[in-house]
Design a protein around this ligand. Structure first.
Ligand SMILES: NC(=O)c1ccc[n+]([C@@H]2O[C@H](COP(=O)([O-])OP(=O)(O)OC[C@H]3O[C@@H](n4cnc5c(N)ncnc54)[C@H](O)[C@@H]3O)[C@@H](O)[C@H]2O)c1
Length: 360
């Protein structure tokens, strides 16, 4: 009998690739999202806004999946610029999906695609992260990922969560949302980053869906070659695209490498166990960059004389230089709430909901 998976966020950067990875494993995919762009015509699509509890119940009861693969999210930095939407999707959507699964398909296996954001900030001096490490997210997105993981863990459903590192898609290096433009400067160039090719991430997700490692929290990132600094990863990507890196002063400077405050959540993770279990790593950083360079050979040649101009145009989006520049705050979150102009309550509590009344 064919297994059916309900895949949320199927039109997203990761979800798009999960369709193929699941299909190749013989799983019948029913794709759902609020948009259908890029979903192959031969894949059944059911539009569903996860913030609408009734719509989620309807789609789950209609499809009756054996697998729920949850890739939909409002990711950072969009989650910073649109905190209410992020909360509605990342927490509300998760709640609706868990409730509908428990009601209509309580035996289904639920795979939640989470993020290393759940760990919280990571300084260059920190050791490799393990799935059992304590978490202290200091932004709304990381808190939402951690909360959603724990709701699922205690839901009574058979489940696993996958915390992904920095997902790299050759076809979609920087999403269109305007929040990304200042954000690329808000992470210090000394930040540890653990990349993973999106095709490998999708393989891990599909493999987890098929193997059903109940109760596991798995860390998903590339092989050792992908453990680099932001400076190296961005430098290689910029160079492959034929663009000069903007000057260092455009980026948030690094702070004490032994103190987490001031750093982003990207981190180096111990992925040995996940790789043994799921066997997903195929693409080294070198082969990714090679492919990227090949893909952009003509663009590189065309841009060569324009490199200084392009670099200056990019740097103009930096919040730390030019007119209206801000001084870097003690934490990235301090900068986030100034750059995206967040209401004070959100900045203070990382939540767009009013705080519950004090029990005292
Ligand atoms: N991209 C990364 O670098 C990265 C890194 C770590 C973890 N992740 C995780 O991977 C998962 C997928 O991320 P992505 O990069 O594909 O994000 P994405 O933004 O490309 O895709 C998210 C999808 O969710 C859909 N969505 C948003 N709101 C919705 C709603 N109300 N109802 C239904 N669908 C809705 C969007 O339309 C989109 O297609 C997320 O859970 C994210 O936390 C991604």
């Amino acid at each position: 009998m064919t297994t059916t998976a309900l895949l949320t966020g199927a039109a997203g950067k990761v979800g798009k690739y999960v369709i193929g990875a699941l299909s190749r494993r013989g799983v019948q995919v029913v794709a759902t999202d609020i948009v259908s762009k890029g979903i192959p015509d031969d894949i059944r699509f059911e539009a569903c806004d996860l913030t609408d509890a009734a719509a989620v119940r309807r789609v789950v009861s209609l499809v009756k999946p054996e697998l729920v693969v949850h890739c939909a999210a409002v990711v950072a930095p969009i989650a910073y610029a649109e905190p209410e939407l992020a909360e509605a999707v990342n927490l509300g959507g998760m709640r609706h999906l868990i409730d509908a699964t428990k009601t209509h398909v309580p035996d289904a296996f639920f795979v939640f695609v989470s993020s290393c954001a759940a760990f919280g900030p990571c300084a260059p001096g920190d050791p490799l992260r393990h799935a059992t490490d304590p978490c202290w997210p200091d932004d709304n997105y990381g808190l939402q990922m951690l909360t959603a993981e724990s709701w699922l863990r205690y839901s009574g459903l058979r489940q696993c969560s996958l915390r992904l590192g920095a997902v790299m898609d050759i076809d979609n290096l920087m999403p269109e949302h305007p929040s990304y433009r200042p954000f690329i400067f808000m992470v210090s160039l000394d930040q540890p980053e653990h990349g993973v090719d999106v095709r490998d991430a999708a393989r891990a997700i599909a493999s987890a869906a098929v193997q059903q490692p109940d109760g596991h929290l798995l860390l998903i990132a590339g092989d050792d070659s992908w453990r680099v600094t932001a400076r190296q990863l961005r430098g290689e990507v910029f160079s492959a695209l034929g663009v000069s890196m903007p000057p260092d002063k455009a980026f948030r400077p690094g702070t004490d490498p032994l103190v987490k405050d001031g750093w982003f959540y990207e981190c180096w993770m111990d992925v040995t166990h996940s790789e043994q279990l799921l066997g997903f790593q195929r693409t080294s950083r070198h082969s990714f960059m090679e492919e990227l360079r090949k893909r952009h050979r003509l663009q590189r040649l065309a841009l060569f004389p324009l490199r200084p101009l392009v670099s200056r145009t990019l740097a103009a989006a930096s919040p730390y230089t030019g007119r209206g520049a801000i001084a870097p705050g003690a934490t990235i979150w301090n900068d986030v709430f100034r750059v995206y102009d967040l209401p004070t309550e959100v900045a203070r509590t990382r939540s767009s909901q009013p705080a519950p009344p004090s029990p005292f």
